[in-house]
Design a binder for this molecule. Structure first.
Ligand code: KG4
Ligand code: ZN
Length: 354
């Protein structure tokens, strides 16, 4: 019953990574080869389900993941044109995120790893967002300062290598994406707020309304967006107890508020990146996460990088918002021998250092 020698049966090489991401409200599966070439990148968005609530409802998200995970796995393999016999490892995001959402992806990943008898590799969602900068760089982007700016996180890192990150600072309240989403809701713009606010901002005047730039003049590598959000609420709806009524929310006023608010957030993000570059002495900056898709942020980062003569690697837009391709960092973890046992658990909270 031997398969070698004169047998006509040849086994294909196990040379692809099946990557799974379900930490929040996107069910995502990708197929990535050893050269980090993305062969399939399937993302099932749950925006429709959460729109009526104006934000992600954790229970709704985890149930939707249960319904979508197997169709996404099927679709990713179909798109790649490759079979399960080519899978070398399963990469899965296990932290941080919503516990119920993470568990769906991890359970699917463990099942696949067990069935196929291949290694399971646990991936950190935030590190995966930064890994996505690799697709913007023409070489290894690290060492670098890393900014992950998304709906759940606004974190600065000192990235020594792909696998060695140290948290330099984070937000003391809202994440930047969360602030964009809430600001959009105040302005009556559709969910998800970040992209709709940035679209409207294109028609507005960035200097029309003055918003605070919290912590910008301080050297601490921390963020705070709640004061900006309150300032926007007052500018749009009036301040409680104040006599003056705010101007009516015409399309023009909404565009001006959106543009001015966006500029304030971008000022802080770019300013804090500069402070982190100075503090660490790094000569490169990597930026990932959903808000990294923002056109004005990208433009301002490019201006800053040119002025400071540093390398800037911003995740390509298609890999900014949550996706499973970025979990291809699992290849690097696998090469470093960092696989996980089948009883590995999810870690919903942010781990500050590793
Ligand atoms: O990375 P991501 O998909 O999920 C988290 O890990 O949180 O980021 C989603 C966030 C949302 O808050 C969304 O409004 C924001 O990214 N976002 C944007 C833009 N595109 C997505 N914010 C500003 N401008 C954009 N173009
Ligand atoms: Zn994310």
């Amino acid at each position: 019953m031997g398969t070698d020698g004169g047998s006509s049966t040849t086994h294909p090489a196990r040379d692809i990574l099946l990557a799974i991401e379900s930490s929040c409200d996107e069910t995502a599966v990708a197929v990535v080869d050893r050269d980090r070439c993305v062969l399939a990148n399937v993302v099932a968005s749950q925006d429709e389900l959460h729109r009526r609530w104006g934000g992600v409802v954790p229970e709704v998200a985890s149930r939707a993941h249960v319904e979508r995970i197997l169709p996404c796995l099927d679709e990713a393999l179909r798109e790649s044109g490759l079979g399960l016999d080519r899978v070398a490892a399963i990469g899965v995001v296990t932290q941080p995120g919503l516990v119920g959402s993470l568990l769906v992806g991890l359970t699917a990943a463990k099942t696949m790893a067990w069935l196929l008898d291949v290694p399971l590799v646990a991936v950190n969602h935030i590190e995966a967002h930064l890994f996505a900068c690799r697709w913007a760089a023409d070489r290894d982007p690290f060492p670098a300062v890393g900014l992950v700016v998304s709906g759940g996180h606004t974190n600065l890192y000192d990235c020594r290598t792909t696998l060695e990150f140290e948290l330099l600072g984070t937000t003391t309240d809202d994440a930047a994406g969360e602030a964009f989403d809430k600001a959009a809701a105040v302005l009556g713009l559709p969910y998800p707020g970040g992209p709709s606010l940035s679209k409207v901002a294109n028609n507005g005047n960035r200097t029309a309304v003055k918003f605070p730039r919290t912590f910008l003049k301080e050297s601490r590598l921390e963020f705070s967006f709640s004061g900006m959000k309150t300032a926007l609420l007052y500018a749009a709806q009036g301040q409680p107890g104040a006599h003056a009524t705010p101007p009516p929310l015409t399309a023009e006023r909404v565009a001006d508020l959106a543009a001015s608010f966006q500029e304030a957030v971008v000022d802080v993000l770019v300013g804090k990146c500069e402070q982190a570059l100075t503090a660490t002495g790094r000569k490169a900056l990597c930026v990932g996460g959903g808000v990294a898709a923002n056109g004005r942020l990208r433009e301002r980062l490019e201006e800053m990088a040119e002025r400071r003569k540093i390398d800037l690697w911003i995740s390509p837009r298609e890999f900014c918002t949550d996706n499973a391709a970025m979990a291809a960092i699992a290849w690097d973890l696998l090469d470093a021998g960092r696989t996980s046992p089948l009883d590995v658990d999810v870690l919903p909270g942010l781990v500050r250092k590793r």
